[in-house]
Design a protein around this ligand. Structure first.
Ligand SMILES: C[S@@+](CC[C@H](N)C(=O)[O-])C[C@H]1O[C@@H](n2cnc3c(N)ncnc32)[C@H](O)[C@@H]1O
Length: 502
């Protein structure tokens, strides 16, 4: 797997399951192989810093296969509890079998150096050689320096960051990125019975994740062992992804004719939680007659479809509730659009448990939707393509593959998509702008630039909307934007801005 990722630009999460199946590994063996592979990939920068101090030649002069084997060996010695002699001899055997005898004796010499100090001593030696504190933190905790700087800036600008704790917060975040995350599942509303979830809990397979009412942590077995996962009524989805979709679905809309607040941020978040949406539901505080239509939703960037499936389930549940209350409900629809044809297929698979007529899966360029379908939608999600710096714990190789140069094209696309989403939303409707990156350039800078350039949007309090979903104030979350963090909330670092079209 290491060779496929480094040599062929493969994605670890796509390569590994096939390799485990091919080699017949399951249970504890599969877990061990996964930790070997994912841990080595995640911590590559740390091990490279150690290997550079141990080897007689530069890393870029080494055979790439030897370098990967040494990284794997270093992870066993410094990051896992593998016996040193076993780690050394396995590494040397691997190099002898795949590269040759000369390379094996080189690997042997390097691995013996690696074993001569423990992790704390290697940290000390790194500190002796590196004066820049950001570079050093990046080496110690295996993040490229540009990412360390970006995460630090984002934490510093987040009003949810406890004052005076920036450096400790940064270390906690980098450490959380290096830990294997629990598998979190979504129980799509209206599709999974309480009894089914109760049985899975009794069998030791699931426990409530804690924040999102739909989120469950897998405590045993694999997701596919659950019938609800196989039938698409549940799915693997980070809790942060669930929270942002639920928050967008829960925020109160306004009637198209009602005057807005003139761009006021915070204050009235309009975040009402369950039971208030729609033309006929009871609303606590708001004038329901002012809510307007709430039956046409769009997911502008839907692939692979996790959030579409959750939004679709919410829309279906809400439509059924209204019909049961005697309302005349016509044609609720979620249009789930995606630009890449093969990802359109993934969206179709992900919404397979929902009523066919409820979700319209289409191929589109989200940038033109605002022009082609202006003012058509009540709620629009823009889950924009981004660097993914908020999901580093799930994508072990991503941090080494991304570069600051990626930001330029992405932020331009993000602005265009957000502008288009606002144009596609009716007056009084709401747009949710989401990224799985906390990078300031992709989050608040995009939202600030777009809202500054238009006079028809009002920034809502997205943190209050998330609190309303959870049912109590979430610690370390402060609006108007909602920035979640792995070390604080146990979720990916999802960002949510909610904008009302006025
Ligand atoms: C962050 S992912 C969305 C994840 C998805 N919402 C989910 O929860 O499964 C961004 C998606 O946007 C798609 N995309 C990129 N450019 C696009 C465009 N111009 N229009 C529509 N989709 C686009 C990408 O192919 C990718 O599938």
């Amino acid at each position: 797997m290491l060779r496929a990722v480094a040599g062929s630009d493969a994605y670890a999460n796509l390569v590994l399951p096939g390799l485990l199946a091919e080699r017949g590994l399951s249970g504890r063996d599969a877990g061990f192989a996964t930790e070997l592979a994912y841990g080595t990939l995640r911590l590559r920068g740390r091990y490279d810093a150690v290997l550079a101090m141990c080897a007689s030649r530069g890393l870029n002069e080494m055979d790439p296969g030897v370098l990967d084997a040494l990284r794997l060996g270093a992870h066993q010695v410094l990051g896992m509890r593998v016996a040193q002699h076993a780690a050394v001899s396995e590494t040397v055997d691997l190099v002898r079998a795949n590269v040759g005898t000369g390379a094996a004796s080189f690997a042997n010499a390097v691995m013996r150096q690696v074993t001569r100090a423990d992790a704390a001593e290697w940290d000390r030696r790194m500190a002796e050689r590196t004066s820049d504190p950001v570079e050093l933190l990046g080496q110690r905790l295996a993040h490229p320096a540009w990412i360390v700087r970006a995460l630090r800036e984002s934490l510093a600008l987040d009003p949810g960051t406890p004052s005076g704790d920036l450096d400790a917060e940064l270390v906690a975040l980098l450490e959380a990125d290096n830990a294997a995350p629990a598998v979190t599942l979504v129980a799509r509303p209206g599709l999974v019975e309480e009894r089914e979830l109760g049985d899975a809990q009794d069998d030791g397979l699931l426990e409530p994740a804690g924040l999102a009412p739909t989120a469950w942590r897998l405590t045993g077995g694999s997701p596919d062992a659950l019938g609800a996962v196989r039938s698409g009524r549940m799915g693997v989805q980070d809790e942060g992804s669930q929270l942002v979709a639920l928050a967008l679905a829960g925020v109160a809309l306004r009637d198209a004719g009602e005057a807005g607040d003139g761009g006021r941020a915070g204050g009235d978040s309009g975040a009402g939680g369950g039971g208030r949406e729609g033309d006929g539901g009871a609303a606590d505080g708001d004038d329901v007659s002012a809510v307007g239509s709430d039956s046409t939703w769009a997911d502008l960037c839907a692939g692979p479809g996790g959030k579409s499936a959750l939004l679709g389930a919410l829309l279906a549940e809400r439509t059924d509730a209204r019909a049961a209350a005697g309302e005349l409900v016509r044609g609720s629809v979620l249009v789930a659009g995606e630009v890449q044809p093969h990802r359109v297929g993934l969206v179709e698979r992900s919404v397979k448990a929902l009523p066919r007529e409820l979700v319209d899966v289409v191929q589109w360029d989200g940038r033109t939707v605002g022009r082609d379908r202006a003012g058509e939608f009540d709620r629009v999600l823009v889950d924009a393509p981004c660097t993914g710096l908020g999901a580093l714990r799930r994508r072990p190789e991503a941090r080494w593959r991304r570069t600051p140069a990626d930001l330029r094209g992405l932020t331009l696309l993000q602005r265009e998509l957000l502008d288009s989403a606002i144009d596609a939303t009716r007056v009084g409707g709401v747009v949710g702008y989401v990224t799985c990156s906390p990078h300031v350039a992709e989050t608040r800078a995009v939202v600030d630039a777009v809202t500054r350039s238009r006079s028809d949007v009002e920034v809502l309090d997205a943190a209050a909307a998330v609190n309303a979903v959870v049912g109590s104030p979430v610690a370390g979350l402060a609006g108007p934007y909602a920035q979640l963090w792995p070390h604080r909330h146990g979720t990916d670092a999802m960002f949510l801005a909610l904008l009302r079209r006025v």
